[in-house]
Design a binder for this molecule. Structure first.
Ligand code: NAD
Ligand code: MN
Length: 504
């Protein structure tokens, strides 16, 4: 990078600077990529006030859903024109290999935004209820109304995509928003705000305030004027958000951690399963909440599978995320690297066999930046720390299972329940096993395929509520029943209950 970009916050349709600044550095090189205004509580409050005023005067919620859809589609179009630039920006801010960033971080964001534009058009914002005739003629309407000011707090691994899962349905439904990006990755979200501004989204409807979690995030989660908070991140912070939101009984959506079990059944296509397993665990350097990190393998095929897994891991190209050929980049920060390396150490101490990787890759390309090799442990048992805690890095734990029942039992023996997956050539058997896994998503012979038309979210401590899917707007609307008396003969229904004499 020869130019260091400078970004401001986006509040009430204006770009607002601050004295305090975040330095955004490439996790691959530690080079300065951008400086970003760092919001405080007062900026969060300004943004909340702007969103509240925009909700109150109806500048967005009173527009026709088709009009809102047109604005969202226009933003998607603008992002599509800039897809390559945005993929590079994503690679610079979070280290995602640019090929993957284009397809996943940015490509899915655009596709999902378009889905939500479609939802604005097709969602049943109002439907009439059954006609009542006894004892008098009456009917009802059921309306879905925007909730008001919605807050969103997102992490750094898929910053734009995970924001889109909140911004898309919130804006489609007519809400106003304040979004807090992660400290490491505000850039693509600020570019989104710029695109929204260019496409005519009215001021105050979307506000983006970069800031620290315990400052700006906590303000959003606890502020009485924020009526809903949606969060993606760690389970520990999710619990904290839930507590803060309780203050004004906020609606909440939480997408939290995972420890995804990946079952390789004895009839799996082993070539497919090995590549799919690597994809399932190592995409984004293992920094995905719905990764398959516990590889539960049928004893009959265990050795052959592991051999193939290791052989294929050797072919992964590690390096500069800006290169098209790169498969695997750095992790987000020095702290993340050190945490992952400590987990690797714990695996060795607790008796797992380090079968591949386990360290920092060697060579001049890896002297700067934050790197961890793809790492495979075999001989893991489900009580080891590496099988219980979310590592959020490129570490696969291979666990041997004696039977399919055993594999299912191990799979469900976790506090998490975000994702699971299995490999089998027998679809009926796959479906039977899928039915026994406690997870919000089960992939059969695939992984990571989040699809806007299908719901995403966690069982157990992996979260609360669902994002995406046909009911996504339910989470961003209040349901209202309007009763209409059509008879004018209230005396026949209500008066006898309280007043014995009809009006004069
Ligand atoms: P994190 O929970 O620390 O941070 C996520 C977001 O929460 C950031 O924007 C951060 O600033 C904010 N935050 C932190 N402390 C806060 C507080 N006290 N109040 C309000 N906001 C606060 O997560 P991390 O460790 O940076 O990211 C990795 C974690 O995120 C992993 O544990 C992973 O499981 C989880 N994650 C989950 C999903 C999912 O969809 N379920 C997706 C991505 C990441
Ligand atoms: Mn964090």
């Amino acid at each position: 990078m020869d130019t260091v970009r400078r970004y401001a916050m986006f509040i009430d349709g204006d770009w607002v600077d601050a004295d305090a600044q975040f330095e955004i550095r490439s996790p691959a090189t530690e080079e300065l990529v951008a400086t970003v205004a760092k919001g405080g509580r007062e900026h969060a409050d300004l943004a909340i006030a702007a969103a509240k005023a925009a909700h109150a005067d109806g500048r967005w919620r009173k527009t026709a859903p088709a009009e809102r859809a047109a604005v969202l589609d226009a933003i998607a179009g603008r992002l599509t024109e800039r897809l390559n630039d945005l993929a590079v920006l994503e690679a610079l801010e979070n280290g995602a290999p640019v090929r993957q960033a284009g397809a996943f971080q940015i490509g899915f964001s655009i596709a999902h935004l378009r889905y939500f534009a479609g939802q604005a058009r097709s969602y049943a914002f109002e439907r009439s209820g059954p006609l009542m005739t006894v004892p008098t003629l009456a009917t009802g309407l059921v309306r879905r109304e925007p909730i008001g000011v919605c807050g969103a707090i997102v992490p750094w691994n898929f910053p734009l995509l995970l924001a889109m899962w909140k911004i898309g349905p919130a804006l489609a439904a007519g809400n106003t928003m304040v979004v807090k990006p992660d400290e490491h990755t505000p850039l693509t979200l600020l570019e989104f705000a710029r695109a929204a501004q260019e496409c005519g989204l009215p001021p105050g409807v979307l506000n983006v305030v970069p800031g620290e979690g315990p400052v700006v995030g906590a303000e959003l989660a606890s502020h009485p004027d924020v009526r809903k908070i949606a969060f993606t991140g760690s389970t520990a912070v999710g619990r904290e958000i839930e507590r803060m939101a309780a203050g004004n009984v906020k609606r909440i959506t939480l997408e939290l951690g995972g420890k995804g079990p990946n079952l390789v059944l004895d009839d799996a296509d082993l070539k497919l399963a090995a590549d799919g397993t690597l994809f399932g665990c190592l995409m984004n350097q293992g920094q995905a909440c719905e990764s398959g990190t516990r590889i539960i393998v049928a004893a009959a095929i265990h050795d052959e599978f592991v051999e193939r897994l290791i052989e294929r891991t050797r072919t992964i190209t590690i390096g500069d995320p800006l290169e098209e050929a790169t498969d695997f980049g750095p992790v987000i920060s020095a702290e993340a690297r050190d945490r992952i390396l400590r987990y690797i150490e714990s695996g060795q101490k607790e008796g797992a066999t380090l079968a591949f990787g386990g360290g920092v890759p060697a060579g001049p390309a890896f002297e700067r930046g934050f790197w961890v090799e793809p790492t495979i442990f075999t001989g893991v048992t489900n009580d080891m720390t590496i099988a219980r805690e979310e590592i959020f890095g490129p570490v696969l734990s291979v666990i041997r299972a004696d039977s399919t029942e055993d594999a299912i039992k191990i799979a469900n023996d976790t506090e998490y329940g975000l994702s699971a997956g299995l490999w089998s050539t027998d679809n009926q058997r796959a479906l039977d096993v899928a039915g026994q896994l406690e997870a919000g998503t089960v992939w059969v012979n695939d992984w990571h395929m989040v699809n806007a038309a299908y719901p995403f979210g966690g069982y157990k401590q992996s979260g609360l509520g669902r994002e995406l899917g046909p009911h996504a707007l339910d989470e961003y609307t209040e349901e209202k029943f309007v009763h209409l008396d059509l008879s004018g003969r209230l005396d026949r229904r209500a008066y006898p209950l309280l007043l014995s004499t009809p009006p004069a």
